[in-house]
Design a protein around this ligand. Sequence first.
Ligand code: NAD
Ligand code: DAU
Length: 338
Amino acid sequence: MKIFVTGGAGFIGGNFVYYMLKTHPDYDIVCLDALTYAGNLETLSDALENPRFTFVKIDITDRQAVFSLFDKERPDIVVNFAAESHVDRSILNPEIFLKTNILGTQALMDACKEYGVKRYHQVSTDEVYGDLPLDRPDLLFTETTPILTSSPYSASKASADLLVQAYCRTYGLPATISRCSNNYGPYHFPEKLIPLMIINILKGKPLPVYGDGKNVRDWLYVEDHCSAIDLIIHNGSIGEIYNIGGNNERSNLQIVELLIKTLGKGEIKFVRDRAGHDLRYAIDSTKIKTQLGWVPETRFEDGIRKTVDWYLDNRSWWENIVSGEYTNYYRKMYEERG
Ligand code: NAD
Ligand code: DAU
């Protein structure tokens, strides 16, 4: 069995590469990644030692390159993680989000069609459902919740989902979609809430909480997302969407306070809110649990401890990122935020 993993030099794709190498000792994994600002070969340094793993630097919007790799490697399964993934960046510059997240998905699916790939899996997000009110804890996103997006990022992911469903129905592409809540864990790029706060605490910098910090996210340890995708690509039904969530709702303020407590220091600074900021995400994962038997294994407190330890033990991984081009991004995003 040969699996193409796009975006494998990023956070979740990288964790998925390790998960699959460990869980399926007879599979070959080929990672396709353009190595954008978010892609990092250091994340894959151990995988690169494994003879069952191959890395190919490729932009998924480059149709010719994509087709010629499919022609050469003939994958059985394609799992598409490759995306522009940060909401704040999509507000500054939407265009690359539309290009990679929509046209990149199309190029991959066209290649899957051409080369008879047995399964195409689209890694989507709970953000396609928009947000839920803070004062209705009884409401959760299910797979039939209407798509109602808030940011250019979520609009691009929702567009890709619609395209996947269209390819499935019109061309019979054997596709599945998963929509997961917020992940956390090792190799998480420093621009995102949890790693940003851990790194700022370690560097003695203020902790920038958007708005009043009451927005709620549903957190899932990244390895539990990987196990869910593994189940879907093997046992999920063609044409189906599966929600994946941690049942772990926390306000941003609760997250930052927990990290301050875990690391024993840190100073919160409330800053200007994100434009169009989604209030609350909460996922109902009943379908994947009952139909595929998925069980998330990592308790939130354990996952946070493991994550903090990983950032303490892998300082050079994130120091290399935050000392480079990222400095300009941080200045632009935070210094004028007040
Ligand atoms: P990430 O930003 O850490 O990694 C994205 C990877 O994709 C990088 O390695 C980057 O180099 C690569 N990439 C970007 N554009 C590319 C292109 N044109 N061609 C090839 N490679 C390209 O993202 P992540 O947080 O690991 O998210 C992975 C996927 O999971 C995304 O599709 C995202 O929408 C989805 N998702 C993320 C979360 C989360 O909490 N992080 C939750 C649900 C769904
Ligand atoms: O829900 C799944 C989504 O989760 C994925 O589809 C996205 O790819 C992923 O980036 C993530 O999106 P969020 O916008 O929820 O994640 P982020 O880490 O950017 O922000 C989490 C919350 O923390 C959000 O309410 C904004 C807030 N925040 C974020 C940053 C970076 C702050 O208050 N301060 C910050 O500095």
